[in-house]
Design a protein around this ligand. Structure first.
Ligand SMILES: [Zn+2]
Length: 181
């Protein structure tokens, strides 16, 4: 399955045939996402494999990726941010999430069907940064601000531990001692 993906899929049927789906989901209708970022006319790229794991659970794994525009928290200009999310989900009954292996999330199916569009929107929202900022050398903040930040970054921090400071002192003392002889 490739190209434009369907909204609803049947993961168990896909797992039986070891189906791989690679395709896109347009972001135009992702209203919750559109409230946070500028989705433009881009799409979520989806690459998922279906199988049964050693516990006999329907397993869906792969990744989803998208590029979104969101404001830089330093200069407030829009920046392009690539989101890439790893997916590893297995089917389990509600309340039986403890039957899933570590690092495996419950597959959000309803009557055996999975809404791929909702899932993609959720995953991209979860993959957004808490604070988005351009790298400093690409940010449109004033030169003075950049200087301040760069100086602050390079100032030695008082709290920094210097594990070898004591050793250096000891060596200096030893050296001094030898010179006295
Ligand atoms: Zn910026």
């Amino acid at each position: 399955m490739s190209g434009l993906l369907p909204e609803m899929i049947d993961p168990i049927r896909f797992a039986r045939t070891g189906q791989v789906i690679k395709g896109v989901i347009p972001m135009q209708q992702m209203n919750r996402l559109a409230e946070i970022v500028n989705t433009g006319d881009s799409a979520v790229e989806v690459d998922l494999r279906f199988s049964f794991n050693e516990r006999g659970q329907c397993l869906m794994e792969g990744e989803m990726a998208a590029c979104v525009d969101l404001p830089c928290q330093r200069c407030l200009r829009m920046m392009r941010y690539p989101v890439r999310v790893r997916i590893k989900m297995a089917a389990c009954k509600v309340g039986r999430e403890d039957e899933l292996a570590d690092g495996v999330d419950p597959l959000p199916t309803e009557n055996g069907r999975l809404n791929l569009f909702l899932l993609a929107e959720d995953e991209i929202i979860l993959g957004l940064p808490i604070v988005a900022m351009h790298p400093l050398n690409e940010c449109a903040v004033g030169e003075d601000y950049k200087k301040d930040v760069l100086i602050a970054d390079h100032e030695p921090k008082e709290e920094t531990q210097r594990p070898f400071a004591g050793l250096a002192e000891m060596l200096a003392k030893q050296k001094g001692g030898r010179e006295e002889i």
